[in-house]
Design a protein around this ligand. Structure first.
Ligand code: D2G
Length: 497
C-alpha cells in the first residue's frame, strides 16, 4: 500500500500548509488587499476560477464581490478592477502608482523586460518616449501617413475586385485585412510596404495571426496561471515563443540590412532612427538603446500595429453583415458626404457621425483586449481603503468598462446609437476604453483610429458586403477568448457598388 501511504502523506502536508497559510493570513497586518474568495495554498482560487476561462470566472466574482476584489491565480494575488469608475480611479486618478506592467508566462521568455509593451521603469520610459516621437515624425496622426493609408486602401480594393469572377466568390477576409493593415506599420518600421504576394510577408502574417490566437486559448490561460509548475514540463506552451522568435529573427535580419546601407543623415525608418539613437548614446551607461531593445520594440510595434487593427476590421465586417440596416445607413452617409468621385480622407470624419459611431461601436463590442494587458502597482498603494503591496498584479477588466450598464444605452447589444445623441450627432463616452487608459494607453491609438476610419470608409464606398449565411445565423461569439477576443471565422462576398 505504498501509494496509499504517499497519498496520505501528501494530504497531511497539504492540510498543514493550508492551516499555516490561514494562520499567517490572520496574523499579518499587511493583508489589506481587497476582499475576495478564500484561496488555497499553491492553487489559489482554483475552486472559483476556471483557469481556461478566466474572464468568465472574474465576471461571476464581480457580481458577488463588487468592483474591486482580489483573486489568487495559482499562488499570485491579482487585484481585479471592474466598471468605469474603479478602473478610472486607478489608471487615471492614480496613474503613476498603477503604471507598472507584468508579462504573462507565455510572453516572458520572448520579452524578458525588453521592448516597450512589456517593459517597466527606465527602459519603458525611454522606449515609449522614443517610439512615440518616431511614429509622429513618420506621420502618425498627420497627412503623410494618411496618404500612405489611402494608397494602401486602394491596393486592398484592387485585391477585393479580383475576387469577382462570373459569380461572387465568398472570401475569408482575414489575410486581406492583415496584409493591408500591416503594410502601414511596415512602412514606418521597415521603410517600405510588402507586396501581397511576398512569401516572407505572407508567412509573417500567418505567424502573427496564429500567435495571437494561441495567446488567447484556454490552454494559454491555464499555463499562465500555473506556469510556476508547468514550465518544467514539455507542452504546447512554447508555440507562441517559437512564433515570436521567428518574427524576431526576421526583424534582426532587417536590422542587419539597414546597418549595411545606413546613412545617418537620412533615416528611412524606425530601425534607422533607433540605430542613430544607439550611436548617440553609446557612451551613456544608463542608455537602454541596445540591439535587444531595438529588436523587441520593433516586434511590439509590428505586432500590435498589425493584429489589433486587422482583428477589429474583421470583427467590424462581421457586424456589418449581421446588421444590414447598419451597413445600409453607413452606405447612405458615405454617398451623401463623400460620393463616388474621390477617396475618403480623415477630415470627412467630422461630417460623418454615423460612420464614427459605427467604428466606436465595433471597437466597443469586439472588446479586443478584454482584460487589458496586466498592470502592476509600482509602489505600495493605498486604494479605496485597501493597501496593495508594491509589485501586485492589477487586472483592469476593460470589458466591464466597455459594457458598463451605467455608461451605455444598450451595453449588451451592437447598436451605433450608443455613440449618437437624439439629433444624430456623435456623442463621446468616457467608458470607451478599447485602447486602455492612463500612462499605459496604447501608443498607436492615433494611427489605429486613422486606419480604422479610412479602411472602413474606403471599402464601404466601393463594396456592399454580403454574408454567406442569413444574418440571424451568423454567430459573433469569439473563436477564442483570453488575452484577446479572436473573431470567429466567416466568409463574405464583396459586391461592387
Ligand atoms: C503584442 C503582442 C506581442 C508582442 N507585442 C505586442 C500585443 C498584442 C496586443 C497588444 O500588444 C495591444 N497593444 C498594446
Amino acid at each position: 500500500m505504498e501509494l496509499a501511504g504517499a497519498v496520505t502523506l501528501l494530504v497531511v502536508v497539504y492540510v498543514s500548509c493550508l492551516l499555516i497559510a490561514l494562520a499567517k493570513k490572520k496574523l499579518s497586518q499587511k493583508g489589506r488587499l481587497p476582499p475576495g474568495p478564500i484561496p488555497l495554498p499553491l492553487v489559489g482560487n482554483f475552486l472559483q476560477i476556471k483557469s481556461s476561462e478566466i474572464l468568465k470566472s472574474l465576471l461571476r466574482l464581480h457580481e458577488k464581490y463588487g468592483p474591486v476584489f482580489t483573486v489568487y491565480l495559482g499562488a499570485r494575488p491579482v487585484v481585479v478592477l471592474c466598471g468605469h469608475q474603479a478602473v478610472k480611479e486607478a489608471l487615471i486618478d492614480r496613474a503613476e502608482d498603477f503604471s507598472g506592467r507584468v508579462t504573462n508566462a507565455t510572453l516572458e521568455p520572448t520579452f524578458q523586460g525588453y521592448g516597450v509593451v512589456f517593459a517597466n521603469g527606465v527602459c519603458w520610459k525611454q522606449m515609449r518616449r522614443f517610439s512615440l516621437t518616431v511614429l509622429r515624425n513618420f506621420g502618425m496622426g498627420k497627412k503623410t501617413i494618411q496618404d500612405r493609408i489611402e494608397e494602401e486602401a486602394q491596393f486592398l480594393l484592387a485585391e477585393f475586385r479580383k475576387t469577382k469572377g462570373k459569380e461572387e466568390k465568398p472570401i475569408d477576409p482575414t489575410y486581406y485585412f492583415s496584409q493591408a493593415v500591416s503594410n502601414i506599420i511596415c512602412s514606418i518600421v521597415f521603410g517600405d510596404r510588402f507586396d501581397y504576394e511576398d512569401k516572407d510577408f505572407q508567412n509573417l502574417m500567418h505567424m502573427m495571426n496564429n500567435s495571437f490566437r494561441e495567446m488567447s486559448t484556454g490552454w494559454a490561460q491555464f499555463y499562465d496561471t500555473y506556469a510556476s509548475f508547468l514550465k518544467y514540463f514539455p507542452g504546447p506552451h512554447t508555440k507562441v515563443y517559437d512564433l515570436l522568435e521567428e518574427m524576431r529573427l526576421f526583424i534582426a535580419k532587417r536590422v542587419k540590412k539597414n546597418q549595411e546601407t545606413f546613412d545617418p543623415s537620412l533615416p528611412r525608418d524606425f530601425i534607422d532612427c533607433f540605430l542613430i539613437q544607439m550611436e548617440k548614446e553609446k557612451d551613456n551607461p544608463l542608455s537602454e538603446f541596445n540591439v535587444k531593445n531595438l529588436e523587441l520594440t520593433t516586434l511590439n510595434l509590428f505586432f500590435a500595429g498589425t493584429e489589433t487593427v486587422s482583428s477589429t476590421l474583421r470583427y467590424g465586417f462581421l457586424f456589418l453583415v449581421k446588421y444590414p440596416d447598419v451597413q445600409a445607413k453607413a452606405h447612405e452617409e458615405i454617398d451623401r458626404v463623400i460620393g463616388h468621385n474621390r477617396v475618403p480622407n480623415i477630415e470627412d470624419r467630422s461630417q460623418m457621425p454615423y460612420m464614427d459611431a459605427v467604428i466606436h461601436e465595433v471597437q466597443r463590442v469586439s472588446d479586443l483586449i478584454p482584460m487589458d494587458l496586466a498592470h502592476m502597482v509600482i509602489r505600495d498603494t493605498e486604494f479605496r481603503g485597501y493597501l496593495i503591496p508594491k509589485g501586485t498584479e492589477i487586472y483592469p477588466i476593460l470589458s466591464t468598462v466597455l459594457n458598463d450598464p451605467t455608461m451605455f444605452k444598450t451595453p449588451d447589444a451592437f447598436n451605433p446609437e450608443n455613440f449618437l445623441d437624439e439629433n444624430g450627432r456623435f456623442k463621446k463616452n468616457d467608458a470607451f476604453v478599447p485602447f486602455s487608459l492612463g500612462k499605459r494607453v496604447c501608443l498607436g491609438e492615433a494611427l489605429a483610429r486613422m486606419e480604422l476610419f479610412l479602411f472602413f470608409t474606403t471599402i464601404l464606398q466601393s463594396f456592399r458586403l454580403k454574408p454567406l449565411l442569413a444574418p440571424e445565423d451568423l454567430d459573433t461569439t469569439p473563436q477564442e477568448s483570453g488575452f484577446a477576443n479572436i473573431p470567429p471565422f466567416y466568409q463574405i462576398s464583396m459586391i461592387p457598388r
